[in-house]
Every structure is written in structure tokens, then in C-alpha cells.
Design a protein around this ligand. Structure first.
Ligand SMILES: [Zn+2]
Ligand SMILES: [Zn+2]
Length: 340
């Protein structure tokens, strides 16, 4: 018994040390306490996880704020985490989403569901890999639901096929469960309607044009407030109606002079420039949407271009503020926006 007790203490100390070492890399104290929660042995009175209200509350974490599939620069590709009472809802899964979740101090094992806005790679390239990474970390113990446009079910099945050799090997060598049984993908075929409801969180979707395809905007109602995520969308006043009176509107944004430079850099044609502008929403138009929606707070994300440092926060803000007088947040990776 004494030996077991020492062993527990040692394990807990080692886990804590590991968590604190990682803390230098950006992990928050919450992660350390979650690691401790998984360790054997009694919890000391000071352990915050002993308090059932410790995880109460909600926040939105911007994981990746750059529009487009190009990797690099100071912004990661599109991804967000809405955390409600300790449960994590991932919204879009662009390249780098897993690493950003870890950097944000969130636990992969707390991911409850994943929502994909549309089938552009900057929004779904790491969808399968994210679920794989939860599994590889030994944290895929309960089913994760994934919602997205028609095609998300096929994408999930294709992902498991693509990686079947590794998965079969690990199931034998490491005794792991088949991860495919723990991912439940759901095609959303309607134009608008409810998507998911559980534990006080209600999610609905709304289809918006993103030529030449369509995009799902999501609305999250939580006990602490509401969030609407635009995904990628052309200027669409109907989206403002879907977002009416929302607490936090996260909207994609495009800066026209920056797009001209971006087209130059890519040796793009006028048709490419027109495509970008017609399938997205300019900063000025985002201000109009936020005002029409009566959004209490507007968070800019999915910056196009997102890797030109000469476009300052003030420049983004100035365009939007022409039409919106509420609070404007110029999003940055790992920024946290509390709800309630
Ligand atoms: Zn995009
Ligand atoms: Zn897109």
C-alpha cells in the first residue's frame, strides 16, 4: 500500500512536471489539471478539478485565422474551438488544427464534435487527421460527431481507407480500438435547420453562397451566450437575419487592396480576382452584415489576405467601422473570446 501510494505520488508529480514543461510552450494551467485528473490516487484539496464548477463557462478560441490553404506566416489555417462547460466543439479543421488545439491548452480528449463549413481544403484538410490524432493520443474513448455538408460521411470513410494499413497495424500491436467506430459523420443535406442539441448546446446551420459551391454558417446557442460562425460566404444579408441579436459574430473578411497584391503575387488573372471578391465578403460589407444582424460583438477571422503584415489591425478595423458601431475584434491565432 505504501509503495502504491508513493508510486501514485511519483506518477502525479511526473505528469505535473510534463504539463508544466509544456506550459512554456503555451499550454495553460487547465491542461495540467486535466492531466492530473487522469492520474491515479486521491486528489489534493487544492486541485481545481475537485471543484465541479471549475470547468463551467464558455469561450471561443480562434485557432487559425488565415483564409486560404497556403501554410506559413503568423496565422494558421481556419479552425476554431468553442469550449462550453469543458466540452470542446471544433469549428473547421484547416491544416494545423491539432497543434493549435494543443497550443491553446485544450485537451484532445475533450473534443465532443467537429463542424465543417464547406469542402474547401483550408477548412477540412486536417479533419480526418484531427480525429486520428485524438485516437493516437489514446484520448478517443467516446464517439466524436462530425457535421458538415453532404460529403463529410464519404470523407470520413475515405480517410479510414487511406490510413487502413497504419490503423490495422496499431490495432494489433498496441491493442487500440478501431477509430472508425468512434467517429460518427453526418451529412447536412437541408438548406437550413437544426444540427445538434446536447447538454444545453444547440447548433443550427444556414446555407450561404460561396461560388461556385455552398457553405454552412453555424449558430451555437449556449447557456452563456450565442455565437454565429459565417464560414466562407459571399456578401449575404440573409446571413445577418440568421445571426440576428447574436452575442458574438465571427465573420470572414477580405481587404480589397490586399487582394490586388495577392493576385499580382500569384500571377493571377482578372477572373481570379473577381472570383475571390465575389465568393467572399469585403471588410466594408462585413460591417453592414454585423449592423443588420445587431451583433453585440464582431470578430474578424479568415483574413484574405492573411499573410501580408502591411495590412494593420487598424486598417481592417477602419473598413468595418464605416458601417458597424459595435465592438470589433481583429482576430489573432489563439485569441480567447469569453462568453457570458
Ligand atoms: Zn476559406
Ligand atoms: Zn472557401
Amino acid at each position: 500500500m505504501v509503495f502504491e501510494s508513493h508510486k501514485s505520488t511519483f506518477n502525479r508529480r511526473a505528469l505535473l512536471q510534463a504539463a508544466m514543461t509544456t506550459a512554456a510552450g503555451g499550454i495553460l494551467a487547465g491542461s495540467a489539471s486535466s492531466l492530473l485528473a487522469q492520474a491515479p490516487g486521491p486528489k489534493p484539496a487544492s486541485n481545481p478539478t475537485a471543484n465541479p464548477t471549475a470547468n463551467k463557462g464558455a469561450k471561443l478560441v480562434l485557432l487559425g485565422t488565415k483564409g486560404g490553404p497556403r501554410v506559413g506566416g503568423t496565422r494558421s489555417n481556419p479552425a476554431n474551438a468553442l469550449v462550453v462547460d469543458g466540452k470542446v466543439y471544433v469549428i473547421d479543421a484547416g491544416m494545423g488544427v491539432t497543434a493549435q488545439i494543443v497550443k491553446a491548452g485544450l485537451n484532445l480528449g475533450d473534443i465532443r464534435a467537429i463542424f465543417i463549413s464547406h469542402m474547401h481544403s483550408d477548412h477540412e484538410l486536417e479533419f480526418g487527421n484531427l480525429v486520428y490524432n485524438i485516437w493516437a493520443a489514446g484520448a478517443l474513448r467516446t464517439p466524436v460527431d462530425a457535421y458538415g455538408p453532404v460529403g463529410i460521411e464519404a470523407m470520413a470513410a475515405d480517410f479510414w481507407r487511406l490510413n487502413r494499413m497504419d490503423i490495422a497495424t496499431r490495432m494489433v500491436d498496441e491493442g487500440k480500438v478501431d477509430p472508425a467506430t468512434l467517429l460518427r459523420a453526418h451529412d447536412f443535406a437541408a438548406k437550413q435547420g437544426p444540427v445538434m442539441a446536447e447538454g444545453g448546446v444547440k447548433v443550427s446551420a444556414f446555407t450561404t453562397p460561396h461560388p461556385p459551391i455552398e457553405n454552412l454558417a453555424y449558430r451555437f446557442e449556449t447557456p452563456y451566450g450565442s455565437v454565429v460562425y459565417s464560414g466562407d460566404t459571399a456578401y449575404n444579408p440573409a446571413l445577418a437575419d440568421f445571426a440576428r441579436d447574436v452575442d458574438v459574430l465571427v465573420h470572414e473578411v477580405l481587404y480589397v487592396p490586399g487582394v490586388d497584391r495577392l493576385v499580382q503575387r500569384a500571377n493571377g488573372t482578372p477572373a481570379f480576382r473577381n472570383h475571390l471578391i465575389e465568393s467572399h465578403t469585403t471588410a466594408e460589407q462585413v460591417g453592414q452584415i454585423a449592423t443588420r444582424a445587431r451583433a453585440k460583438k464582431l470578430v474578424l477571422s479568415h483574413f484574405v489576405p492573411g499573410d501580408m503584415d502591411w495590412i494593420t489591425d487598424a486598417m481592417w478595423r477602419e473598413e468595418v467601422a464605416k458601417h458597424y458601431k459595435g465592438e470589433i475584434v481583429v482576430g489573432r491565432d489563439l485569441m480567447e473570446i469569453p462568453l457570458g
